[in-house]
Design a binder for this molecule. Structure first.
Ligand code: PDD
Length: 278
């Protein structure tokens, strides 16, 4: 595999980042994951805009313009022959002597790599539906910034696996914030409910697109917090992310949601999303 590190395309075995990199020492960096279907980047513009916003919130600049970033994404897709897959992009504040204060004039570290995922859009889980568990949301208060501090979501994923489930939804003050790596939705009496934007959740790029398509298709959408209890009594539930698109949820903490099979709204939104964004 060829990866991109600070201006160069190199074989992954040769790629190097400093042990003093602040991404490594402080999780002082942000990332994006963009999906690729049939060699085409999905929602690239949205991801580039959010990257800029995340960097701004941490007093960092975009390491290059959007077009240059797009060129690197395309070049990696080409070099690695990616049909379906993911592109991971990480920008950290760079390497500096260890100090909590941000260093003056550090050069950001920019890394991109690809992950081939043949058949990404035909994941069997979309037919089966995901089982999820709930866990308390113990993350920091700026979840709108897409930082690389992902240890708590990793722990949540492991707790889900241990419970025989696929993923976890995080709960704060009885209300669902989001999934470990996706935004959370329920459907009740035909209305799609998903948490409003704020510092409590990541502003999903797939979320924005799916809500737009839902409204265009005259579906009712409510952006508000919902409780875990509401979710268990909903007709349907689903999640969205760049890596799963729209993925139905069929049980929460062992309680079947609706009929316990992927629901019609989630299935329809998945079809619309895949058709419109390809
Ligand atoms: N995760 N919420 C969280 C906490 C996430 O980590 C993600 C994405 C999302 C969905 O955002 P988007 O639709 O822009 O992918 C919501 C990526 C896929 C990851 O960490 O791999």
């Amino acid at each position: 595999r060829t990866v991109y590190v600070n201006g160069e395309y190199v074989p992954e075995e040769e790629a190097k980042v400093s042990v003093f990199d602040r991404g490594f020492l402080f999780a002082d960096g942000v990332y994006e994951v963009t999906s690729v279907l049939d060699g085409k980047l999905i929602d690239f513009d949205g991801h580039a805009k959010r990257l800029e916003r995340s960097l701004n919130e941490l007093d960092m600049d975009m390491p290059m313009g959007r077009d240059a970033l797009l060129d690197i994404h395309r070049e990696l897709v080409r070099r690695n022959g990616i049909g379906d897959g993911l592109i991971y992009l990480q920008v950290t504040r760079g390497a500096a002597d260890r100090d909590f204060a941000y260093p003056e004039g550090a050069t950001p570290t920019v890394v991109l790599f690809t992950q081939a995922k043949p058949g990404l859009a035909d994941a069997p889980l979309a037919k089966e539906g995901m089982k999820i568990i709930s866990i308390p949301d113990l993350r920091w208060g700026r979840r709108d910034i897409k930082t690389v501090q992902l240890l708590y979501p990793s722990m949540g994923k492991m707790a889900a696996k241990a419970a025989g489930a696929h993923d976890a939804w995080m709960v704060e003050d009885d209300h669902v914030t989001e999934g470990t790596s996706n935004n959370a939705y329920i459907v009740k009496d035909g209305t799609i409910v998903t948490r409003h934007l704020g510092n409590e959740i990541l502003h999903g790029i797939t979320r924005a697109a799916v809500l737009r398509f839902a409204r265009e298709a005259q579906m009712q959408v409510e952006e508000r917090a919902f409780t875990l209890e509401e979710a268990k009594q909903a007709d349907e539930a689903f999640v969205t992310s760049a890596s799963t698109f729209v993925m139905p949820v069929v049980s929460i903490d062992g309680v079947a949601v609706g009929e316990g099979v992927p629901g019609p709204v989630a299935t329809r939104l998945r079809d619309i999303y895949l058709e419109e964004s390809r």
